[in-house]
Design a protein around this ligand. Sequence first.
Ligand code: BGN
Length: 375
Amino acid sequence: MSRLLLGVTLERICKAILLLCLIHFLILMILYFNVYAQHLDFFSRLGTKNSTRPHPYYNFSRPNGTAPSYTAPAGSTGELLPPSTGPESNQSISEKPLPPCPEDPPALVGPMLIEFKSAINLERVKKENPDVREGGKYIPSDCKAKQRVAIIIPFRYREHHLNYWLHYLHPILRRQRANYGIYIIIQNGDDTFNKGKLMNIGFLEALKEEPYDCFIFSDIDLVPMDDRNLYRCYNQPRHYITAMDKFGFRLPYVNYFGGVTGLSKAQFLKINGFSNEFWGWGGEDDDFYSRVTLTGMKVARPHIQIGKYRMIKHARDKHNEDNPQRFVKIRNTKMTMLKDGLNSLQYQVINKVKYPLYTNITVDVGKSPPMSAQG
Ligand code: BGN
């Protein structure tokens, strides 16, 4: 009896094991055929309708190790200009249209370490920025930038500053997916420096090359410490600096409008550009600020965390002594601005050279009038 019971139990166990093996085999077969069919793109088309939809940023490559995009915190004032409508030099009609570049470029890293100790080799900078074209121009290849930005830098005797500036700014501007060109405007000779004139010349000369929408006027010794500080134009003139190391990470005064400023073409034309009459150091930026406010515009700045700058320390340049006339001049902007500026600018281009990382334009701005003739 007990033998019979044992035989029946064993038989049942064997049947259960056989059944399990069969189920196992069936599962394996199903899995095998599913993978194989997906490989043939058969079942996959039936079951995964969304698999071909690209990621919103499918066109943008994020370099390894970089942080995701940041959203500018509240307080970062100003609305971007409407997109430009001019011809695009990076896209032929037959090509597939590029998606617009994102408002928050995904490759940005946020705060950066900026130092001016290591020696900079420009050949290396070029190698690290292979897609920057002759003359220091860059157009994103994976998206259509909304604005074309000319960066105008007044210059004399500051070659080592230029190397640092290029080393830091090219990667920042590329990460910002800006369509830009770099213009170094050099005052020829050793006469008194005239920054305002060099800015005006940069504006006009850049426009001879490309239909720029936005003009950023930058000192050569100023480097932003956060790449979320977008080098673009807004619906109001912009002061990109909210805090500078030189001033203990503050501004020297609330209406300070020097260092790095940006205006759309229309905004710059509206104020007749910079004054041509500030020879030597100081005041041209205060006059520029008055032009902006006198024409009913308002300066906007980024949030303090984003608008931080480092300045390369240096001694005052020769032939750029304090302008003793500046105190009187900045009081008269309302009277002078309509006849002193872009519409009265006189200069001569002496030389224009396109280097791999920037365009160099050497200009003759004339001589400062004798003190007795300056009013
Ligand atoms: C101001 C200068 C600016 C300069 C800032 C920061 C003048 C005008 C007479 C008061 N303005 O004093 O040109 O950018 O300091 O250094 O000198």
